[in-house]
Ligand binder design. Sequence first.
Ligand code: ZN
Ligand code: ZN
Length: 392
Amino acid sequence: MNFLQKALNLQAETTAIRRDIHQHPEIQHEEYRTAGIVQKTLCHLGMEVKTGVGSTGVLGLLEGNGSGPTLMIRADMDALSMSEANEVPYASQVPGKMHACGHDGHVAILLTTARLLAEARETFPGRILFLFQPAEEGGFGALKMLEAGALEWARPDYSLGLHLWNEMPVGTMVIHGGPLMAGAQIFEVEIQGKGGHGALPNLAVDPVLAAAQVTVALQNIVSRSISPLESAVVSVCMLHAGTASNVIPASATLKGTMRAFTPEIWAILNRRFVETVENTARACGCEAKIIFEDPILSTTNDERIARLTRDAALELLPDAIIDQKHQTMGSEDMSIWLNEAPGCFFFLGSANPDKGVNYPHHHPRFDFDEDALPIGAAVLANAAVTILKASA
Ligand SMILES: [Zn+2]
Ligand SMILES: [Zn+2]
């Protein structure tokens, strides 16, 4: 019996775990109940377990048969601060909190993967570190676990992870080497002018006009400085100034996000951003102060590990459609783990219009086809064994 057949036999249990977590969503760094379910399940499988890593992170270590590399498999556990609009029996029981990204499914999938691999521990060399992470949706969950020494217990040579993906139907996957998701950087700009009366603009220096000019000028960067064959985003998402309709304020602030896949494009974005903001503000008589938050790295896969993962998926599902090109400007802190241990993060198609589960991630009606759960668990398990055997 292969991993897919075994996972299909466990589908009811996997679905029950997913629905239980879905009914009890917990947001960033509050995933105590979810972490408790993870801890109990991993202990029950005979693994040594560490809890409270970072905040609510959980680690489990599974020893294989004989020496070999260490592979880490990661799932994120957090929900979002939003109310669910679905009227299903397993809908969120907590007003204002909802699993609208599928992380409930990720936990259920990885717990089933852990069970499949624990039962098969005699068949592969090396060891597997199961990592359940808090706070992917903001809150720096991966970074906090890393800083708490999550990888020091059993330093991984390779890493694996997946995301349910409602942009694609169940049965399809996106598995390829190179960048999958963009790197992201939040910027904040404070434009300093000189306040005054709205009727006497000549006696003031208007930061509102400067902020508007800067917002427009920033759109030159992607259209004029980045090759049309490359991808980048500069979005101003917040613009704040003023308190009264007849007062020119002294300052204005804007805030937004920049995204790109490669270091070369990042260098252009950063240089052109500073030039554009400072010089446009100055042309309006204002001064601009720029603050960049720490960037999120792009989620970039290792070519060899991605190929082994794809081979493992096709071994179980020879007819599966595996997209080898799809990328998204969304970002993920799986990038932190991939930066520590080369690996593969892949998308697992989870939409099914016939069942009415094709709303996008973060929508109040988001839900996914639970038939994706056994596929995800089996592909992760088979990929783990394939990678460890090929790398021993
Ligand atoms: Zn999300
Ligand atoms: Zn997500």
